[in-house]
Design a protein around this ligand. Structure first.
Ligand code: KIV
Length: 277
């Protein structure tokens, strides 16, 4: 399925022509499977904190964890554009360090771009990273790293003033050089307005049908994350129950002596065996 490596210009050219597809991955096996399908972009999301590391908040992961996972993903990917999600502390707690940290995603981990969530100094930080020659994806609406400041994990932009602020944020990020923007948990009509106003593509998650593209957390669509299921998630398969059944079957077979059998065993020639005292 792979047709060579996707470039940022390919993503930009898809606007108004073809929907852009994006999924998260944090490790080699899932990144390989996703890449094989021809998905456009793979996000090494800080959602790794919740869905893989069992943490409560995405703010609990830092650069070491994100680089570790990004390296595994880039070893697997031949086609998709890889985006490294900048962890909270790498640019919100420490804006001065943001360019250096963004560069580590590209140079050490093999990512093609970085993503950062909206915060107070987002525009200055975006501008600095873009000036350093690194491509940036913005993220507005529900920004999990600062969800406490937004009143929790809630749909954003539900009144005219809040919606107007989101539209302004999107336009400002575009003017600072972002190549695309994730819209998370935004009313569909506001996502439509933003999508129409921008030249760069919008990627929705809980943002309705009018965005230029769609992203989901892969563990959600595979049914591998059981703690909660947001309204915007479509689960395409329940892998948790299938994996659990396989593991129960294995356990039963080992206990009953049904696995391993001769077919899973190695042999030694009879004459060699006879030499053993
Ligand atoms: O970390 C993540 O998975 C994300 C997506 C929800 C866009 O930021």
């Amino acid at each position: 399925m792979s047709t060579g490596k996707i470039a940022i210009k390919d993503i930009l050219e898809k606007k108004n022509k073809q929907k852009i597809t994006m999924l998260t991955a944090y490790d080699f096996p899932l990144a390989s499977l996703i890449d094989r399908t021809g998905i456009d972009m793979i996000l090494v999301g800080d959602s790794v904190a919740n869905v893989v590391l069992g943490l409560q908040s995405t703010t609990q992961v830092g650069m070491p964890e994100m680089l570790h996972h990004a390296k595994a993903v880039s070893r697997a990917v031949k086609h998709a554009l890889i985006i490294g999600d900048m962890p909270y502390e790498s640019y919100q707690l420490n804006p001065e360090e943001s360019v250096r940290n963004a560069r580590r995603f590209i140079e050490e981990a093999g990512c093609d771009a970085v993503k950062l969530e909206w915060f107070e100094h987002c525009l200055e930080v975006t501008e600095q990273i873009v000036k350093a020659g690194i491509r940036v994806m913005g993220h507005i609406g529900l920004t999990p790293q600062t969800a406490d400041k937004l009143g929790g994990f809630k749909v954003q932009g539900k009144d005219a003033d809040a919606a107007q602020r989101l539209i302004q944020q999107a336009q400002d990020l575009e003017s600072k050089g972002c190549f695309s923007i994730v819209l998370e948990c935004v009313p569909d009509k506001i996502a439509e307005i933003i999508t129409q106003k921008l030249k760069i593509p919008t990627i929705g998650i809980g943002a309705g049908v009018y965005c230029d593209g769609q992203v989901l957390v892969t563990h959600d669509l595979l049914g591998l994350f059981e703690r909660f299921k947001p309204k915007f998630v479509k689960q395409y398969i329940n892998l948790s129950s299938q994996i659990e059944k396989a593991i129960r079957d294995y356990k039963e077979e080992v206990i009953k002596g049904e696995f391993p059998t001769r077919e899973h065993s190695f042999s030694i020639k009879k004459e060699e065996l006879e030499k053993i005292t």
